[in-house]
Each structure stands twice: as C-alpha cells, then as structure tokens.
Design a protein around this ligand. Structure first.
Ligand SMILES: [Zn+2]
Length: 261
C-alpha cells in the first residue's frame, strides 16, 4: 500500500484496477472537484456507480483524504492524451482539489488548501520521480472537454515551490493573433510547438476548433489573464519561452530535485 506520509484520512474507493502494462506513474494530474463540498466529492469518488475515483482529495481547509493506493490505477482522467499517450490513468496520480467549480460557483483556492496541495505534490513527486513538465492540469490532457483546475489555480506559486514547469507569461499587448479560420505556415508552426510540448493536436496548418481548444487549455495553465483560444503575441511568446526553458532544463541534465518538507 503506497500512501502519502502526510497526515490524512484513508477512505478506500472501489473504483480501481491495476495500472495497465504495469507502468509506473510519471504524471501528476491536478483537478478540481466541481462539487458543493469535499464530503459530496468523496462520496461520489467512492460510489461504485460513479465509475470515477482519484488518489487524493484536498479540502478547502487543507485536510487530505487518500482514496486509492498510488500503485493502483484510479479513474479520473477519462478520454485524454499527452505526448501521444492516451492511457493517462495508468500513467498518473490524480489529486482532486475541492472547489465548487463553474457549476456551483468557481472561487479562489484558499491559501491553507494550496499549502496542502504543495506539500502533497512534493511528497508524490519525490516518491515517484515525476519530472516538472509532467505536472499537468486535467485541461492539458483533455482540451475542449475539461477546464479544471481552471484559471484561478496558482501554477506560479507551485513553480516557486519547485513543482511543475512554468515561465512568467509574456505581457498582453495589441499584437495580432492567429485565430479560428486562419491557416498557413504560422498556424502549422504553432500547432507543431503545442503538439511537441505534449498537447493532443494534429498539425494541419488549419486553425480549427481543436486548435482553439488546445490554445485555451494552454492559456488556462500558462497565460491565465485571458483565456480566449486566440493565439495572440503574448500566448505564442509564452509558449516559445516555456519550450526554450524546458530545453535548458534538459540540456542541464534533468529537472530540479524537489525536496519534501
Ligand atoms: Zn478533472
């Protein structure tokens, strides 16, 4: 049984199975619950009828519930892909963060909750050797279908704590952008950079609905000030900086070591 070493309650979910192909988790996937309370979320994630589950749930007061052994496959990602891999559940450990979400009133994540998310993430990352660029939002792996944990989730704070790959977004200006209906080599370049980073996006040279969805997903994680699916100058520059920073990390011989506190 692989459990967090942090204080927690263990409430086992029946919605589990072995990881397919015996793969080890190398993605940390972040969600919000979109439920009215953590208790309601916990009940749902432990209900055999729901067919969903998650390894951890972090309430707004910072308390942690573990529901699934990290060695097991939980059911939180759904139809997803990253870096060409589609069985994200087998490859990931999932954290559900209590937030009512747009259905019940999306709101800021309290500081005490973020502190617990940070401590838990450090613990999971250290134990599973998860690389910074594989700490992902549900929206990253399921663009157009999922938007959690959304534009209020503080990826910058996580990065300051040594969690995840992130760069400061380029400022928004009046620079023209690529958008739905555009086509050509610039669109092709944008798509290939997004796909190269990991997003599930065919490189067609046509700015289609899928491209809008992926650009929105990118903005939800990396340029949260404006999430509109338009690849404006700030969005493209932020993406280019992000990829360049990743190349630097890789050429330096691996990611930063995250210390558990
Ligand atoms: Zn989710």
């Amino acid at each position: 049984m692989i459990r967090t070493s942090l204080p927690h309650v263990f409430r086992p979910s029946p919605n589990i199975e072995p990881r397919k192909g015996g793969v080890k988790p190398d993605i940390l996937l972040v969600h919000y619950t979109e439920m009215e309370s953590a208790q309601a979320a916990c009940d749902w994630l432990c209900d055999p009828a729901s067919k969903v589950s998650c390894h951890y749930l972090v309430d707004e007061d910072g308390s942690i519930v573990q529901m699934v052994d990290e060695a097991m496959r939980a059911w939180h990602a759904g139809a997803s892909s990253w870096q060409g891999e589609s069985d994200i559940n087998s490859r990931s450990i999932g954290i559900e963060i209590q937030n009512p979400g747009p259905r019940f009133g999306y709101r800021a994540f309290p500081d005490v909750q973020m502190r617990a998310v940070i401590a838990l993430s450090k613990d999971i990352i250290a134990r599973n050797s998860i690389r910074p660029e594989r700490v992902l939002a549900h929206s990253d792996v399921a663009p157009g279908r999922k938007i959690d944990p959304g534009a209020l989730f503080d990826w910058h704070l996580l990065h300051e704590e040594g969690i995840g790959h992130w760069v400061a977004p380029a400022p928004i200006d009046d620079g023209a952008g690529l958008m739905a209906g555009d086509s050509g080599s610039e669109v092709e370049r944008l798509q290939s950079v997004l796909a190269g980073y990991g997003y599930g996006l065919p490189v067609t040279g046509i700015f289609d609905a899928r491209t809008t969805a992926v650009v929105s997903a990118f903005q939800l994680h990396f340029r949260q000030e404006r999430v509109d699916g338009i690849a404006d100058r700030s969005t493209v520059e932020t993406l280019d900086r992000l990829v360049a920073a990743l190349d630097q990390v890789r050429s330096a011989g691996g990611g930063r070591q995250v210390q558990s506190r």
